[in-house]
Design a binder for this molecule. Structure first.
Ligand code: PEP
Ligand code: MG
Length: 833
């Protein structure tokens, strides 16, 4: 809505507030109820009254909030409260019409201009004070029934004058105008301000506001009379002084709005030094320490070939053993998935190209350590330059194992001293961190990690999340210039590192940490309760897990079943595809572990980011837009049929629902259903529900048609976001902007829900948005029936939903749909439940 449109629901006639606060609160609630402001803006309007007088004159007041709270305004709007009997605003000032303004920028000025014109027509104003017809009031405000024109004033300047371009970012609003008037009134002179053909007396607030001056307008300020000269000098000083304040206020409002977007910790004095990508959540206070793990320099010391080969052999055998040990320890400490990182690293050591390259260099007369280092670097550089970001991050793994072998080859070389062996409360800074370094970090001393390179999907990021270490990645090389021992606060949620925090910031960070952990403790204590709103709307909660051994932990975290079992894990980091029997065993184990609870298994989603060398797929320039998900399955019946046979066999042991990823066309779904049916009949198996993931915008747009052929929808917000926003979800510079709380994504979700409703099928969300409490609340408000998320996110999401009511969630979703940016939607987080 533009400020020029006053809607009926924002008008209250015949009000009898007992005081100013009640009147402001009445208007504030009207604005909040129609989604114009967050309720917190009402407080801001109250605070404004303590610092300035919003009485405009002639029975009209214009309360509005503080400029720094503008981020609490969702869209520009006004509310009008009519008080026929009058309300004492300040001593001797009576208000009959209160116009509460929530303006995101200088639309405020347009409104003031209109109001002041209105105030020059006492008869019309008196009618507004008394009318019982809200439509009449709206018509006047909206300019449909034009008030009397302002009296004509000749547009000439007085004897002395100067010109000035107004540079107040929000134009000439009431507060600076009051300062101009105050200055002008001190002088025995007639002073006027001209803008084009409009002139106003500089001693009259209303007249000045009526000029509707906006940033950039050119003014002629002129004066005549005994003190004309002094008056102009003083007025020019005031205008310029106010300008500095206005600019500072606008800058502060901008920062505040930016901080509101992050909704996390925001220090008041510490400088923001690094802004990277948040890779593992959490806030920590510590001191920085640069991590140096590489052997400083490798000299080329030739040795007899036989001796060199034996050394290499021993180093490789020793490293393989060490990696096996590390994988075992990691499995015990962190889990099988994490241990797999080191099993895969061991495979890298078996690479014949790598070893033969090293041997060739040795045969040319180079030393073994030097040759090994060269071979590793050459291969790592090739990987790092790969267009597939997942492969590129594997360069780090290769360098990691390379280092291990080097250490075995050069036992006499000391590693550079490891980060602060004695110190504790460290925030490690590194160019990149090798997974084996990360897995073996002493978490009793190291609180968080920041890397210059890397991405949120790197093994280091995965390990940091599992270890519960807040981490920032892709922070850039500036990270390496930060001196050791610098006091810092790391925010792994927003990917920000603040340096030199003051006492106040440290206290605020500690308070924030304590509050968060208390909140998590409370959420966890209640996680067994259903995700049911206070008025009875129940949302089903599933876990995104892949293996039967993760079921117990997921149920303990509050999951009621499994909403997404990604089957790719069976295919990754190995040399051949799993056969039907192996797949059957994995699916059956999951079904049995769930003991009758919901299980949604997703058919193989290979392609895109997930690279499986043994499938012999051609490399693609844009793999995310290529042969991925069902596009691959429909081209490779060997993969599809094997998986379907394994699934139908496993379904004999308990309920399974099957869903297909990356469906774009109805014809694909029909072909897949036909194949399912053929296999089902072959095995004489019972039918199982067949759904699709909604992750291609085309599928969301056609949900009303897909609903006729699918038994359920599960929205994959990770991909739906990347395809809607045209941002590669792993792009090092853009990934952070691929935020699923984009209004366009929410509109597609709404369309999906409507499509599902039309056919009476359920709709869930299994992408990352379901794990964000604000996202979950909006999704529930949009009408989603089920959320499936990572077990660690379940308690907070359940708590958010349980604290709410269905109508509040629906309102929230409605507001989100009307927002014009992700930032505006994120700012809704502070709203009422
Ligand atoms: C998604 O796209 O949101 C999803 C759940 O699938 P994946 O992340 O495995 O692509
Ligand atoms: Mg997906």
């Amino acid at each position: 809505m533009s400020v020029s449109t006053l809607r009926r629901e924002l008008v209250k006639l015949g009000s009898k507030p007992i005081d100013k606060s009640e009147a402001i609160s009445e208007a504030g609630h009207l604005l909040a109820a129609s989604g114009v402001i967050a309720p917190a803006y009402i407080d801001s309007m109250m605070r404004r009254e303590n610092v300035s007088n919003t009485f405009l004159g002639h029975g009209v007041a214009i309360p509005h909030g503080m400029i720094e709270d503008r981020h609490l305004i969702h869209k520009t709007g006004i509310a009008v409260i009519q008080i026929p009997q009058g309300l004492e605003w300040n001593d001797g000032e009576t208000v009959h019409l209160m116009v509460a303004i929530a303006a995101q920028s200088d639309e405020h000025i347009t409104l003031l201009q209109r109001l002041t014109r209105l105030m020059q027509d006492p008869a019309q104003l008196a009618q507004l004070f008394a009318t019982t017809d809200p439509d009449y009031l709206c018509a006047i405000f909206n300019g449909d029934a034009p008030p009397a024109a302002a009296p004509a004033v000749p547009a000439t300047d007085l004897e002395q004058s100067f010109e000035w371009h107004i540079d107040y970012p929000n134009g000439l609003h009431a507060r600076p105008t009051a300062k101009w008037v105050e200055t002008a009134k001190r002088f025995d002179a007639k002073i006027q301000i001209r803008h084009g053909g409009d002139i106003a007396d500089a001693k009259k607030l209303v007249a000045l506001l009526q000029l509707g001056l906006q940033c950039g307008d050119l003014l002629a300020v002129s004066a005549s009379g005994p003190q004309a000269d002094a008056a102009l000098t003083a007025l020019r000083d005031t205008m310029i002084r106010v300008s500095a304040q206005e600019l500072a206020d606008a800058a502060a409002a901008k920062i505040k709005a930016e901080q509101a977007v992050h909704h996390g910790f925001a220090p008041s004095t510490a400088q923001l030094a690094i802004k990277g990508i948040g890779a593992s959540p959490g806030l920590v206070v510590g001191t920085t320490q640069t991590w140096k793990s590489a052997i400083a320099s490798i000299q080329d010391i030739p040795a007899p070939l036989a001796e060199g080969s034996e050394q290499l052999d021993n180093a490789l055998i020793g490293t393989r053993k060490a990696l096996a040990q590390l994988a075992e320890d990691t499995a015990r400490r962190l889990g099988e998935t994490e241990a797999g990182i080191f099993r895969a690293q061991a495979e890298l050591l078996a690479d014949t190209d790598l070893i033969s390259h090293c041997c060739r260099l040795m045969m040319q007369g180079h030393g073994v350590a030097w040759s090994w280092h060269q071979a590793i670097e050459q291969q790592a550089n090739t990987l790092a330059a790969h267009s597939n970001p997942l492969l590129a991050t594997r360069a780090t793994d290769l360098r990691d194992v390379g280092q291990r072998v080097l250490i075995a080859l050069l036992p006499q070389e000391k590693r550079q001293p490891e980060a602060g062996q004695q110190a504790s409360n460290l925030i490690l800074l590194a160019a990149d961190l090798a997974p084996s370094d990360t897995a073996t970090l002493d978490t009793s001393r190291i609180l968080g990690l920041c890397t210059a390179q890397g991405g949120p999907t790197s093994h280091t990021a995965i390990l940091a999340r599992t270890l519960g270490l807040p981490a920032l990645v892709a922070g850039g090389d500036a990270i390496l210039d930060i001196p050791d021992g610098t006091p810092a606060i790391l925010d792994g949620n927003s990917g920000r590192l603040y340096l030199h925090p003051g006492e106040q910031d440290i206290d605020a960070a500690r308070t924030w940490i304590n509050r968060q952990s208390e909140q998590s403790r409370q959420d966890e204590a209640q996680s067994a309760l259903p995700a049911q709103t206070r008025d009875g709307l129940r949302i089903d909660i599933g876990a995104n897990i892949n293996r039967a051994d993760q079921v117990a932990a997921a149920l303990a975290a509050g999951a009621e079943g499994v909403g997404l079992m990604r089957t790719e894990f069976l295919f990754l980091e190995r040399d051949t595809a799993p056969d039907e029997e192996e797949q059957y065993q994995a699916y059956r184990a999951m079904v049995e572990a769930l003991q009758g609870r919901t299980l949604v298994i997703r058919a193989l989603d290979i392609g895109g980011d997930k690279h499986v060398p043994y499938l012999g797929l051609p490399s693609e320039a844009n793999p995310f837009l290529g042969v991925r998900g069902v596009r691959l399955l429909l081209r490779r019946p060997d993969l599809l049929d094997t998986q379907l046979r394994a699934l139908y066999r496993a379904a004999a042991h308990g309920p399974i629902s099957l869903m297909f990823p990356m469906v774009t066309n109805i014809s694909e779904l029909m072909a897949l259903r036909a194949e399912c049916e053929r296999i089902r009949q072959e095995l004489s198996a019972a039918p199982m529900p067949i759904g699709i993931m909604i992750e291609v915008p085309a599928a969301a747009a056609m949900a009303d048609q897909f609903g006729a052929h699918a038994d359920f929808f599960s929205i994959g917000t990770n991909d739906l976001t990347q395809y809607t926003l045209a941002i590669d979800r792993q792009h090092p510079d853009l990934a952070a902007e691929a935020d699923s709380l984009h209004p366009a994504v929410l509109r597609l979700i709404k369309q999906t829900v409507e499509g599902a409703r039309k056919h009476g099928i359920w709709v869930g969300v299994c992408g990352g948005l379901a794990g964000d409490p604000l996202g979950a609340a909006i999704l529930a408000g949009l009408g989603v029936n089920e959320l499936s998320l990572s077990p660690r996110d379940i308690p907070a999401v359940k708590a958010r939903l349980r604290a709410s009511t269905q109508s509040a969630l629906v309102d929230l979703a409605q507001q989100a749909l009307e927002c014009d940016s992700t930032a505006a939607i994120r700012a809704l987080a502070g709203d009422a439940s």
